[in-house]
Design a protein around this ligand. Sequence first.
Ligand code: GLU
Length: 432
Amino acid sequence: MTYEDTLKKLERVKEILIRLTNRKEEIENFYQILKFPQRVIKVNIPLKRDKGEIEIFEGYRVQHNNFLGPYKGGIRFFPEVNEDEIKTLALIMTLKCSLVNLPLGGGKGGIKVDPKNLSENELKNLSQEYVKMIFDFIGPERDIPAPDVNTNSQIMDWMTEKYLEITQEKKEKLDKNYLRATFTGKSIQMGGSEGREEATGKGGAIVLNELVKKLNLDRKKLTIAIQGFGNVGYNLAKFLFEEGYKIIALSDSKSGIYSQEEFDPSLVMKCKKTKGMISGCYCIGNFCDSNLGKDITNEDLLKLDVDILIPAALENVITKNNAYQIKAKIILEMANNPITDEADEILNQRGIIVVPDILANAGGVIVSYFEMVQNIEKRRWNKEQIFKKLEEYLVKAFNEVWELSQKEKINLRLASLTNSLYKIFESYLRYY
Ligand code: GLU
């Protein structure tokens, strides 16, 4: 979905908001503001390559809206990064944080780069040069970046290190622990939170369990296909496997695997690490060479006859070209924006239940928020405590969405957008 497409989606819930609030004029004005990101920062980052030459990389930080609190959202390293994409993702973060009741706004960053083409030293320097360029715009009360596609705790640690170094050079006498809250998704040693790594996957499992309960389904009978075997896809697969769902298809960025039996994601991961790819990793029981499995493409995976389809990789994978061939009855959007606007309409008409990204994948940003709180308040929670709190946040948000969707007879995406916008609107009224 482009930025314009996302705005179109917001337009669809305007009438509901007007009805719920009875404040047409204010809602119109509110929409005027929300249409534009508050700030778009574009940077040209110089990186000295290992061979000595300087190469310039295009980077962004978009700060969409801060009515509810400081901007919050990840930074992605990806060859196709562009301004429209980062703007869209920043808007999605504004909606996501509000929906799950966090006192945070929305932002997103990115660098147009394929990190696989950089040495470790270059990756570190690029991450730190980026921080130098956005330094003035970030901080625990301004904007708090986090990991996203192709970025991880190591990259957050490098960024935090640079941030602390610059504040020291500037002789800002702020407490280091507090300053660490400028980035989340850090390693535990750097002040990261227990459970942050698995949080997005864990959150997806919590949300799916709630939906399955509402629909009175038996999770042990439900088959699942997951596209994407990175941090989000893998951790989610692990939790769902432990909870009894049957995962029968998985894929990474290159290809996929399918089985008539169910996969154990941990074994598949071990196999993928040894082979360097998921292809051929038909791990069932203790063996990874079962003849019940076969290789499939990423496109085939989307069209499989499963109960639940989970896109957990990149945006715009379900389009008008394949939306009619989707056989799943439920789609859990673990990637941000995996369904185009046109495809979303087709799925809706076909009665397929879509759990939108701003609800399904909010686990990551919720635990990011817990990480900030732990840094600022100088406390530590263990993984059990973190997951318990995560569950409270997500179950509450899910039920708020479910109730509205039942009451207004709208799908879960429209109900999520309505709830989210309603809360931002309330704080808008306090501003203006
Ligand atoms: N990148 C994740 C997202 O899209 C997490 C953001 C965060 O933790 O701030 O929600």
